[in-house]
Ligand binder design. Structure first.
Ligand SMILES: *Cc1c(COP(=O)(O)O)cnc(C)c1O
Length: 405
């Protein structure tokens, strides 16, 4: 193996751009290592990380128990295929179904694939009832569910969809948090209503409690399945293990990914008893890698650590301070028009300049934050952040927003 350590960061960037298909405008930073809530680049510069690899690294970097669990599994067995049973699958499946209070799980390699599986499960459930082949799914405007053709078809973003038509048929869009708009799309072909409990990429919009309850009631009335996408907002991020637990509304199918493996690529869709009993069966769905021993060891370790370290309770406890400090910041700087969010998934609405500009300025100050759409600064830190980390974030963000002398 060619050892390139010591090379200038510009050389790594050039090497990458020469070979990797240019589908991302990356920041000019070459990350090298992580410790707690800090990342270090190849030049030794430190960054306070309020992006967590897009809401992935919930436990913070360099978590020894997590790393050890992965190392142990790597030495034992990395992959088996789904033609066999293995111990990590037994444990991971028991823990995630319990954490989500759902009946059954199917592990995938990504969030996108979890959405694909959820769509297939919903269609199969409807098919078994009436054997139609023209079922429809109602999805939400400004939503995000992934980039494969199926997931893109239910993503309410014209810009993402336009170059890739024809997409999957049988999708109707309704306005998020507008129950009349959902009602207007329902007909005898509707098999599922799909939404993020808290919209992420679309700009950090939590579902209104009344809206979600009414959607649930509509679904019950028409035997339509409610699919909640918890890929970004789930896994403790919003102050409950899954964001829907705030609302007293339960989905029939839910998806999770991002923080589920804390960096090992793994997602899942979970079904309630009714759905699990009458949907996908052998021959209907599969994956070579999904839920392999390494991925399941990660899920298992993450769920154990969530319990041991009381991560969800910590998120609940730290959230008011986070919100208060963000509110103070929005009062101090004219470029912010307000704040939206739930738990450690917060968005600051930006006016008069682009969120992307602020993200770049923050990076200069050694702070990683994200944007959502053009006008929302998105903060999704590791779930283990402390009050001091929040203070440090506010200092660095303030410096990034202040004119340099
Ligand atoms: C990130 C995301 C996805 C897609 O997950 P990938 O792992 O990138 O495939 C789907 N839904 C939501 C809400 C997401 O935030």
């Amino acid at each position: 193996m060619k050892d390139c350590v010591g090379m200038d960061s510009r050389a790594y960037m050039a090497m990458t751009e020469e070979h990797v298909l240019h589908t991302y405008n990356r920041f000019p930073v070459v990350l090298e290592s992580g410790n707690g809530v800090y990342l270090k680049d190849v030049n030794g510069k430190e960054y306070l990380d309020f992006g967590a690899g897009i809401a992935v690294f919930a436990l913070g970097y360099g978590c020894q128990e997590y790393n050890q669990a992965l190392k142990d599994q790597i030495d034992r067995l990395i992959h088996t295929s789904n033609l066999f049973y293995h111990r990590p699958l037994a444990y991971a499946s028991e823990k995630i179904t319990k954490a989500a209070s759902m009946s059954k799980v199917f592990f995938t390699n990504s969030g996108t694939e979890a959405i694909e599986g959820a769509i297939k499960a919903a269609r199969k459930y409807a098919y078994l009832k009436e054997k139609r082949s023209d079922y429809e799914i109602i999805a939400m405007e400004q939503s995000f569910h992934g980039r494969s053709i199926g997931a893109l078809s239910v993503t309410g973003n014209e810009h993402y969809q336009e170059p890739f038509r024809p997409l999957m048929g049988g999708v109707r869009f309704a306005k998020f948090n507008d129950i009349d708009s959902v009602k207007a799309q329902i007909n005898e072909k509707t098999c599922a209503i799909l939404m993020e409990t808290v919209q992420g990429e679309g700009g950090i919009f939590p579902a209104d409690a009344g809206f979600l309850k009414e959607v649930r009631a509509l679904c019950d009335e028409h035997d339509i399945l409610l699919i909640l996408d918890e890929i970004q907002c789930g896994m403790g991020r919003c102050g409950e293990m899954f964001a829907w637990q705030h609302y007293g509304v339960k989905p029939d199918i839910m998806t999770t990914a991002k923080a589920l493996g804390c960096g090992v690529p793994v997602g899942a869709f979970l079904l309630n008893e009714k759905c699990a009993a009458a949907s996908l069966v052998p021959g209907d769905h599969g994956t070579t890698y999904g839920g392999n021993p390494l991925a399941c060891a990660a899920v298992s370790a993450v769920l154990d650590l969530f319990e041991e370290r009381q991560i969800v309770a910590h998120v609940k406890e730290i959230t008011p301070y986070f919100e208060q400090q963000l509110d103070r910041l929005t009062e101090r700087f004219d470029c912010f028009a307000g704040r939206r969010g739930l738990g450690l998934m917060q968005g600051l609405v930006v006016t008069g300049r682009s969120a992307g500009e602020i993200v770049k300025a923050a990076l200069e100050e050694g702070l990683i934050v994200l944007s959502a759409e053009n006008n929302v600064l998105r903060l999704v830190p590791p779930l283990v952040i402390t009050a001091e980390d929040i203070d440090e974030m506010i200092d660095r963000l303030s410096a990034a927003l202040s004119p340099r002398s």
